[in-house]
Design a protein around this ligand. Structure first.
Ligand code: NAP
Length: 239
């Protein structure tokens, strides 16, 4: 049987894999980021309608292997992928980046959820949020003694207690240091994405003695095969 892959993208490594896929394969994107126009494989943009919608798609498109290369915090699509592959009777592989590990000199404090984060943030005044757009829903809750800097993919309007800056990685150590110093950042808030492209902020936090509040990784479903990086996956696919 000819292999037909559905690759669920969302991280840089997924695009590297998609670049190696031929025209019988499909690269799927949620539709919030850039859509590449120069791939040999087919590109599909937008959701499937939950696990059931994805399972129907897998059957109708004759997909024989599902690869989940979404972000480690995109837990819903990962759950849908594992469940849909099971009901369509095909294997599900996942690219699961190893988490960053604290090093000597780091002051990392893991928080469970948004409520835990707000509690842990109380002693600080000038946080830098690097969690994406979620904090935008909480701008009215910023205490008067805090001023938030939010970094997201796109800049947008904040309020008197918050500035939203837009920037896309990869980030470099010197520009990260300048950002921390110009804004007097006294705490960094981050997911544990494990991405090389966003890691320099952690090095700057370590150097400057700035604590880091890390949002705990969500629990992801068990899959047939877990791979830590694109190279390993491409070897398994013999591409
Ligand atoms: P999520 O909560 O796990 O997924 C929400 C819904 O988005 C899914 O149920 C699915 O819709 C659709 N979706 C997600 N990834 C898709 C894909 N590759 N192809 C088609 N549909 C997809 O995800 P999220 O946290 O909102 O993230 C959305 C996308 O951005 C993901 O692909 C993720 O990899 C990427 N991303 C997320 C983060 C993050 O911090 N969460 C960071 C960087 C990139 P249906 O149920 O309709 O199928």
């Amino acid at each position: 049987m000819t292999t037909r892959i559905l690759l669920l993208g969302g991280i840089t490594e997924a695009l590297a894999i998609a670049r190696r896929l031929g025209p019988q394969h499909v690269y799927s994107l949620a539709g919030i980021g850039r859509v590449p126009q120069d791939l040999q494989c087919q590109v599909r943009v937008g959701g499937f309608g939950g696990a059931e919608g994805l399972a129907s798609y897998l059957r109708e498109a004759g997909i024989t292997l599902l690869i989940d290369a979404t972000h480690p915090y995109a837990a819903q699509i990962s759950r849908n992928a594992a469940s849909a592959a099971r009901s369509a009777g095909i294997p599900c592989w996942a690219l699961r980046r190893p988490a960053w590990q604290a090093q000597a000199g780091d002051d990392w404090r893991e928080v469970e959820d948004w409520a835990g984060l707000i509690e842990a943030l109380k002693p600080f005044r000038r946080p830098l949020f690097t969690l994406g757009r979620e904090p935008l829903q909480h701008l009215d809750e910023i205490p008067p003694e805090q001023f938030w800097t939010l970094r997201a993919l796109e800049a947008c309007t904040g309020n008197a207690r918050c500035e939203v800056i837009g920037a896309r990685g990869p980030f470099h150590i010197q520009e990260e240091r300048t950002l921390f110093q110009r804004r007097n950042i006294d705490v960094l808030i981050s997911k544990n994405s494990g991405s090389v492209a966003t890691e320099p902020k952690l090095e700057v936090a370590r150097d400057l003695g700035v604590p880091v509040l890390i949002l705990k990784r969500p629990k992801l479903p068990t899959v047939d095969l877990e791979l830590a990086g694109a190279d390993e996956l491409l070897v398994r696919l013999a591409l």
